[in-house]
Design a protein around this ligand. Structure first.
Ligand SMILES: NC(=O)c1ccc[n+]([C@@H]2O[C@H](COP(=O)([O-])OP(=O)(O)OC[C@H]3O[C@@H](n4cnc5c(N)ncnc54)[C@H](O)[C@@H]3O)[C@@H](O)[C@H]2O)c1
Length: 336
């Protein structure tokens, strides 16, 4: 299965059940620098080591605390010391943290080198794979430094998910639920029916939605902002909890708040409960507030928020930060 993205640079995203050789996707004679998630099973990384002979492997622990400019500098120095050129390839092999860091490095090393991504988590396959957004955290702000640079290719090997811990697997599905609410009622139905294991279908349908959105507005100037549904609050929750609350847990709370229809809120809660996603933690508004002020989406002191009146029925609003905080307080007083 292949999805072709026709954005400022065209690229293909391959979705396979399991990959046994890299030769169909990579030129094995080229030189690769592979940034590897240190939690991946050895036997899965072995395939890369066996086939990419003339290459380097850099293992990195996928934690938000490592998603910073220090890590970026260390890896850039490695690339330079090992004489990697622009025409060599950087590979990101891991979940969203590894993907965001590796893609950012590839986009700035020698003003841009070739980048190929092998996503290994549900979040990464469903969301990070398409769109070219990358970046790292700085001070109180998540993903505040980065670029939008499309990869050369993305290769999804669904069998990586066999080793993904259940909590991360389920958390990653929240991004698919978000896309389903905005653009694909039928996919939302699949979640309501608790059909969570049909991962190929979930990944493919989510990526088709993302492709459509990215092809219309890759630079995130307007339309792509819709995918930020639930994310203004989510990023503030994550950062203010020092990342103790995961991305999926934070986004689930964010989309609950930005959903206006009570019946839909109830359905969402049912889905989150069946996925064992923690979403009903206490929100400390005063703490969260500071992080909302440093959100990268703020322009002319206003935040663009997407609210959902019903499935596939969104409205877009521009509110001041204080108005947004009021909305948040109101939501919290109603239990969201
Ligand atoms: N660039 C984008 O478009 C985009 C979109 C969504 C999220 N993100 C970013 O992605 C990050 C979240 O991504 P994530 O949910 O993948 O988190 P993650 O990268 O932290 O991965 C979750 C955990 O699973 C482990 N893991 C990953 N794949 C595994 C596998 N196959 N087997 C065993 N363990 C595995 C990781 O080591 C980590 O411990 C956040 O930093 C978020 O900002 C970026």
């Amino acid at each position: 299965m292949k999805i072709s993205v026709k954005a400022k640079k065209a690229y293909d995203v391959y979705i396979e059940d399991e990959i046994f050789s890299l030769k169909d996707y990579l030129d094995l004679k080229k030189r690769y620098f592979v940034v590897v998630d240190s939690n991946l099973p050895k036997e899965k990384v072995e395939l890369f080591k066996k086939e990419l002979k003339n290459s380097s492997f850099y293992y990195l622990e996928a934690i938000e605390e490592n998603k910073n400019l220090i890590t970026v500098e260390v890896i850039l120095e490695e690339l330079l010391k090992q004489n990697f050129s622009k025409s060599d390839f950087l590979i990101g092999l891991g979940g969203g943290i590894i993907g965001d860091i590796a893609a950012f490095i590839a986009s700035i090393y020698k003003r841009g080198m070739n980048y190929i991504y092998f996503p290994t988590s549900t979040t990464a396959m469903i969301d990070v794979a398409i769109g070219g957004k990358n970046g790292v955290n700085l001070l109180k702000s998540k993903n505040i430094i980065g670029t939008i640079t499309p990869p050369c290719k993305v290769v999804i090997d669904l069998s990586f998910l066999n080793s993904l811990p259940e909590k991360h697997y389920n958390n990653g599905l929240v991004e698919a639920i978000k896309m389903a609410m905005l653009f694909d009622k039928d996919l939302f139905e699949l979640f309501l029916k608790k059909d969570f294991k049909n991962i190929k279908e979930i990944v493919t349908r989510s990526l088709k939605i993302k492709k459509e959105v990215v092809e219309k507005d890759e630079e995130d100037l307007d339309y792509r902002n819709l995918l930020n549904f639930g994310h203004t609050l989510a990023h503030a929750i994550e950062a203010s909890s020092d990342y103790a609350i995961s991305h999926g847990e934070a986004v689930s709370r964010g989309i609950l708040l930005d959903t206006l229809n009570q019946d839909l809120k109830d359905k969402l809660e049912t889905i989150f409960k069946s996925l064992k996603i923690k979403y009903d933690y206490k929100l400390k508004i005063d703490k969260i507030k500071q992080y909302i002020y440093s959100d990268k989406k703020i322009k002319d002191e206003k935040i663009r928020i997407s609210l959902l009146e019903d499935l596939e029925k969104y409205i877009v609003k521009y509110v001041t930060i204080d108005e947004y905080i009021e909305l948040l307080k109101e939501g919290v007083s109603h239990g969201f």
